[in-house]
Design a protein around this ligand. Structure first.
Ligand code: NDP
Length: 330
């Protein structure tokens, strides 16, 4: 059936400025790391993308190796984009990345110009796009000179294959260096993509300050700790959950008793706030002024809906924040 997006799609989403740039991103963005691969049901992928766009999610995040198999999430996205979203290309921010292992041999991993340029060409082909809005270096490369990696990003923008560039998982000092090199080349670093959640707060140790000072946006991935910071695992490990499925990066052992105890306590607090556990976890990352967008994953439409409804209650009282700190301290 032909897709006609809701006329109301821009009515309730908030859009936050991405650092000191011209771009605004939705407070909630959708990533296609899991549940959009060749092994997943296409109609479910279609339903999630349509619902997301109907709710004002204008940003979809991909990478060369999302699947499984690698590359297949970009293929799924490309197919659905051409069927449903082609007329709305200018309403979308589509990102991809390279930096993790993608193809065999010495040129399919890390941060050489050879790898980044070739990988983006492959991604564009898989998605059937002329350009991506944001292209990221996916992780720091300890061996390739930073000048080469940043030079490749600059080159990619100048070639018209990406409008903006970003970095992911760079620590504060390397972020500063990368931002400086990019600025000197005339291609500012638009955005940083680190992980951040109630359970993993490394970005509070300097990175968020650097991003604020440098005027770089911040989109935080796995804000729900891959689903652990939701009601998903409170009664065991469902077969259709990320931890219950093969080929994911969340193992049953990762869902420890200690984490579950904290999630139960946090969930009680969320309920008092009139929110789901997932909503409180998302509101909590969005409370940081440096955070532009919370980058969620989803396995079904109802999760997209639940996560977007976070925006109904973003504020925290001092007492709530202290209770959260107490729970996290065990
Ligand atoms: P989340 O922490 O949001 O976890 C998503 C999972 O949480 C879903 O698959 C689902 O689990 C569960 N979930 C989501 N919403 C709800 C809800 N409202 N209620 C209950 N359960 C819910 O993020 P991801 O780990 O998926 O990462 C998000 C995106 O970040 C990725 O798609 C990718 O774009 C990006 N990313 C970037 C990385 C990088 O290195 N730059 C690394 C990892 C991710 P279930 O499937 O069990 O239903």
């Amino acid at each position: 059936m032909t897709y006609f997006p809701l006329q109301t799609r821009y009515d309730s989403m908030s859009y936050n400025r991405c650092g000191r740039s011209g771009i605004k991103l939705p407070a909630i963005s959708l990533g296609l790391w899991h549940n959009f691969g060749g092994v997943d049901v296409l109609e479910n992928c279609r339903a999630m993308l349509r619902r997301a766009f109907d709710l004002g999610i204008t940003h979809f995040d991909l990478a060369n190796n999302y699947g499984p198999p690698y590359g297949s999430a970009e293929e799924t996205f490309g197919q659905l984009f051409h069927q449903d979203f082609q007329s709305y290309r200018d309403e979308l921010i589509i990102s991809s990345k390279a930096g993790w292992d993608m193809w065999p041999g010495p040129y399919g991993d890390f941060g050489s110009r050879k790898y980044l340029v070739a990988s983006l060409d492959q991604s564009l082909k898989r998605m059937g796009l002329e350009y991506v809005d944001i292209f990221y270096h996916h992780r720091p490369d300890p061996e390739t000179p930073l000048e080469e990696t940043m030079g490749a990003l600059d080159n990619i923008v100048r070639s018209g294959k990406a409008l903006y560039v970003g970095i992911s998982m760079y620590p504060p000092d390397l972020t500063l260096q990368a931002a400086k090199i990019l600025r000197q080349m005339g291609t500012p670093c638009l955005i940083h993509q680190p992980n951040y959640s109630l359970f993993d707060r490394w970005v509070e140790g300097g990175l968020l300050d650097v991003l604020m000072e440098e005027g770089i946006g911040c989109i935080v991935f796995s804000p729900l700790d891959q689903g652990v910071l939701t009601n998903r695992y409170l009664k065991g490990i469902p077969k259709d959950s990320r931890a219950g499925k093969p080929d994911t990066y969340l193992e049953p052992e990762d869902i420890t008793k200690g984490k579950l105890t904290m999630v139960r306590q946090l969930n009680e607090l969320a309920q008092k706030r009139g929110q789901s556990m997932a909503q409180m976890a998302l509101a909590w990352v969005l409370r940081q002024p440096a955070v532009t967008s919370a980058l969620i994953g989803a396995s079904r439409v109802s999760q997209v809906e639940d996560s977007v409804a976070t925006l109904n209650r973003l504020d925290f009282s001092q007492a709530e924040l202290s209770s959260i700190e107490k729970i996290l301290a065990g």
